[in-house]
Ligand binder design. Structure first.
Ligand code: PFF
Length: 456
């Protein structure tokens, strides 16, 4: 059978490549360049990278497939999809809590994501106007601190970013994401590769290789495992309903596992390239790899500022990062826009505008946490760090766990096989077993042990 009987609406993307492009566009974003590099820097480099890769293939990919399969089966907005699939499986309709939690997580993530994406937009201008030409690393650092100290600058650029998201979301996210990803991702890959080559020529390549690829397991704690797991979900955009909505727009008759494997490999490639571009400069400049979220915004401008035509390459690099952030931002908004317009019959534009306004207000918490509210903290975490912790380290893993349990244990195997009809039976079995016996228990174990250790 090629299509699910729960089909309630038409497929969105006609081709496999549009689906892959859009999903890659949602996955690749600030998480790969900005967040991956500073998390690797803070959590011991290679050991973190290995834990991250294990989490991606053993935990995140099976859950990602499960989320897309759910969308393929339900073919409706996140809440209705889970409701319908639960009814079909004679399970409690309350499993739709997954959708609620996911939409909440997505909006909270977008609130801080929009502020950081604003930094990236601001840096297009800074590089283009030559602010970092022949700059020392101190100057790059001071410029970044000065930028963060101005609430208005942060709010202005956050607003510009959200306006872009709104425009794209209003004009139909499906087509936009796929189209933009097709143009921006090759350019992002190219500029990252050029930077990596430059980093190896001008920076300390061997130190970066050792940091990223020679594991020192003494650096690996239960907490860094949770961070690696949370980042795997964050980077692949799992657990917030985005993959579910994308699944509902996906074309029929394609191998979900095949398409998503391409997405995961591309996502990993971009993160690795970002690491190879940033760390040679970090070590050559004797910067602390564990300096936190500013890493990319100090090392990269310094690198570009000191290379020939660097101001143009640099502006292009931050432009590509910003475009990647826009496609991810639209994907973060999509589950709730989709739900509001389907459930209440609202116009897409009205749903998107309302949500963007809400996110803008919430985003002020993050923008102000770098300046006038810098002293506000809870358990040593600033407002931005708190939002990041609650979403990436709690809500996403919990969402992923619920998806794994719902799909792996509650849905009938024949139903899943029906959605997987194109895959070889062994491949289906591999995914099914991984989901049930590895992904779900691993998330539970990592979540519980890390929380236990951090609170007791
Ligand atoms: N995966 C995006 C990134 O790495 O930047 C972040 C993200 C986008 C998370 C979309 C979740 C999502 F639904």
């Amino acid at each position: 059978m090629t299509s699910s009987f729960l089909q309630t609406k038409k497929r969105g993307w006609g081709s496999r490549w549009s689906f892959v492009a859009a999903t890659t566009g949602a996955a690749i974003g600030l998480g790969n360049v900005w967040k991956f590099s500073y998390l690797a820097g803070e959590n011991g480099g290679s050991a973190f990278l290995l834990a991250y890769i294990a989490c991606v293939f053993l935990v995140a990919l099976p859950v990602m497939i499960a989320e897309v399969v759910l969308g393929c089966r339900g073919r409706a907005n996140p809440v209705a999809t889970i409701h319908n699939v639960a009814i079909e499986a004679v399970a409690s309709p309350w499993w739709k809590l997954i959708a609620w939690l996911g939409m909440l997580a997505a909006l909270l993530i977008l609130s801080y994501y929009s502020v950081i994406a604003g930094w990236s937009l601001a840096y297009i201008e800074k590089l283009f106007t030559g602010e970092f030409d022949a700059a020392s690393v101190q100057i790059a650092g001071e410029s970044f601190s000065q930028f963060l100290s101005s609430p208005w600058q942060l709010i202005k650029w956050q607003s510009v970013f959200l306006a872009l998201i709104l425009l794209m979301s209003m004009s139909g996210a499906r087509i936009g994401i796929a189209m933009m990803a097709r143009i921006a991702l090759p350019l992002l890959l190219l500029s990252l590769s050029a930077l990596a080559v430059y980093g190896f020529k001008m920076g300390d390549g061997p130190a970066a290789i050792e940091f990223l690829f020679v594991p020192d397991f003494t650096q690996l704690t239960a907490n860094s495992l949770l961070i690696a797991l949370g980042h795997a979900f964050f980077s692949l955009s799992i657990g917030v309903g985005a993959m579910l909505v994308f699944g509902s727009y996906s074309p029929d008759g394609r191998s979900v596992s095949g398409m998503l494997s391409i997405v995961v490999l591309l996502d990993l490639l971009v993160s690795l390239l970002a690491g190879l571009a940033i760390f040679p400069l970090v070590f050559a400049l004797k910067m602390a790899p564990a300096m936190g979220p500013g890493l990319m915004f100090i090392a990269m401008p310094y690198g570009f500022g000191n290379m020939e035509y660097g101001s143009y390459f640099g502006a292009l690099f931050f432009l590509m990062v910003s475009v990647a952030a826009v496609t991810s931002g639209v994907a973060l908004l999509e589950p709730t826009v989709n739900w509001l317009s389907e459930r209440f019959g609202w116009w897409r534009a009205a749903s998107a505008a309302l949500l963007v306004f809400l996110v803008w207000v919430l985003g002020l918490l993050t923008a102000l946490s770098f300046n006038i509210w810098a002293d506000v903290s809870w358990q040593g975490l600033s407002l931005f760090q708190l939002l990041d912790f609650v979403t990436a380290n709690l809500l996403l893993p919990i969402g992923g766990l619920l998806i794994a349990v719902f799909v792996g244990w509650k849905l009938r195997r024949e139903v899943l096989r029906d959605e997987f009809y194109i895959e070889h039976p062994y491949l289906f079995l591999l995914w099914y077993r991984l989901l049930r016996y590895i992904s779900a228990p691993a998330v539970l174990l990592i979540l519980v042990s890390s929380l236990y250790l951090s609170f007791y």
